[in-house]
Design a protein around this ligand. Sequence first.
Ligand code: PEP
Ligand code: MG
Length: 756
Amino acid sequence: MLDSLRQIVQDVNSAPNIPAALHTAVRQTRQVLDVDVCSVYFTEPDRRRHIIVATQGLSPEVVGHVQFGFGKGLIGMVAERTEPLNLECVPAHLDQGFLAQTGADPYQGFLGVPVTHRGRVLGVLAVRQRAARRFQEADVAFLATLAAQLGGAIAYAKMSSDLCAVCAPQGAEEERYLEGLIGASGAGIGIGLVIFPPRDLASVPDRRPLCPDQEEAALRMALQALGEELEQLKSGLKEKLPAADRALFDAYAMLLQSPELVESTVARIHAGNWAPGALRQTIELHAQRFEQLEDAYLRERATDIRELGACLLAHLQQVAVNPVEYPPQTVLVGSQISALDVMRVPPDRLVGMLSSEGSPASHATILARSLGVPAIVGMGKLPIARLEGQELLVNGYQGRVYIRPGPVLRGRLEGFVCQERLLSAELEALRELPATTSDGTEICLYTNAGLRSDTNACLAVGASGIGLYRTELQFMLNDRFPTESEQTVLYRQILEALAPRPVTLRTLDLGGDKPLSYFPVQEANPMLGWRGIRMTLDHPEIFLTQIRAALRAAAGIGNLRLMFPMITGIPEVEETLALVDRARRQLLEEGVSAQQPPLGLMIEVPAAVHQAQELAQRVDFLAVGTNDLAQYLLAVDRGNRQVARLFDPLHPAVLRALVQVVEAGKRTGKPVSVCGEAAGDPLAALLFVGLGVACLSVSAANLPRVKWLIRSIECTRAQELAKVALGYDRPQPVRRLLAEALNDFGLSRLVSAIGN
Ligand code: PEP
Ligand code: MG
């Protein structure tokens, strides 16, 4: 049974579309469990019903017709209880609805399991037996496992049909949208541009080729390159593989030369699609033909064809002839969007971002937020390719995306944007005023930055300096490590632009979700891997170059502060300080007047929290990175949408860790700042001030709001609130408490959920 289950799961996952996946599931389940009927029902919460969407054993006409209201019949019971229902002999009164709707004779045995996805019931998978039958525990486990798999598939199907509904011309347009997690608020309308990872053929969009002949040539080059690669592989395996197995390579080679593959793709190119899009169409059609065959061995060949298509795409991407053309108003769409993908779009063209993976705490999202670009992330499996070229309205206030929005929606969104602009314009009056609470506590308010252009934004909002400059972003834009003099020029520009305000350069924080294309690292678990200071200490040549560049750049200006990421212990600090000292002495020997800048450590892992005092004693300041601190304290990968709802910087564990760090700062007389994204959220900022944090570093887009908050509150009241908040055992009451306090302070516009 286990083998059958594995096979069904594999077939379900590789099915080209949901009807095919459901058909496969019910057909094979009926066979394996030897039952008379197997059916799947979808739950439609809006219509409060469960409707049959696939069946084997009942007449095909019932699909789309047989339905049960919530709580009605056996299916309603399974969905309501969210647990399996195993009945040897169904009581007649429970099945009347089913028999009346299907016109079937009674079935005695029944086993139904709920299909759930992320805690929500999406449907029911049920089998029936004409004769009385008590299903075994193994049968229940089989059906439950399959239902768990179907959960993901059905969630995707719903997303796809949402998309169809959204594209359809009729119906109230405000009701037709795709949904995800809010990455960055705001609204934008633009044209979808799909970016897709190497080898991901399914995500390749259709695009008009600039020059069909060039596309054809690229395809032929890719075909040849893959043919040669296969030939080499085959001869390399001559000794190791029997001739029969090596014949597979011949089959691949034949397919690569077959007119079904080559000529039909070429024809599609000349009919108006670029080579990757034409290839996707050909491979998909070919694979589907195999999938429809009865013979299990031949059906399996569909997987080979898709794999071959992915290899061909990889070769095509190497000989790519099309530079990406970003529309004047680009909405970036992808399964996974990296910070580099965001940086590649000319900033004046980017109006929105959507991704099926990712979460609000990922670096790409943080970047979008700092650019003021609305972003919706973690949308789940999206039919990405179909969003290419579509007009998309990104509503980052509610986490919704509308396709081809009409005038009503546009008008509404423009209203929200106007309100935001109005508030921003009003807050401009605070630009030159200090961030001092109404009872006289001054909070220093810095911005976070990472791109050269961020310095303008920092100055425009009247920040007191830069509290976090993410130097790695510039490294990611390069195609090799920047030289010492290149870095010196860049850092000097930033320091000069901000002088005399302080600029906190954070040394390279690579790894995790910030890889370098020219320094690839393969790790099973990058977030717990070779990140930040760990990497730079292992490469003193890279680290020393950066520190020398920073010290050189600061000569004669004197506003540099250096900060080190991902510190987990004292030995790392000692090694780091020794390297800073070495760089400075080298420069002095070379006749460069290098001063020792203030040095600080980021507190972003639990180990550093527990040693905060010893760490503080060795440096000049501490900066709490709540993004990573929450990630590591809560064991929630900050880029993983599956667990994004568990990521919460207001979790009691994070707040208590922050208290520990603030106290360590007080005991050692070293200032403590918070530079994670939470500092830019007015609710959290209010709490941080109450907890005694003297300095907040936030994105430039958020700074005016945080300044307004600080100037409107009494520090003593913030302290009282913090005391109460620390007594709560979960984040929700903390959030409620703070929201009510903002209301009392007359700051409801800071929390009003625009668009709700
Ligand atoms: C943090 O972890 O909170 C932080 C500010 O650094 P980054 O987001 O760049 O990891
Ligand atoms: Mg960090």
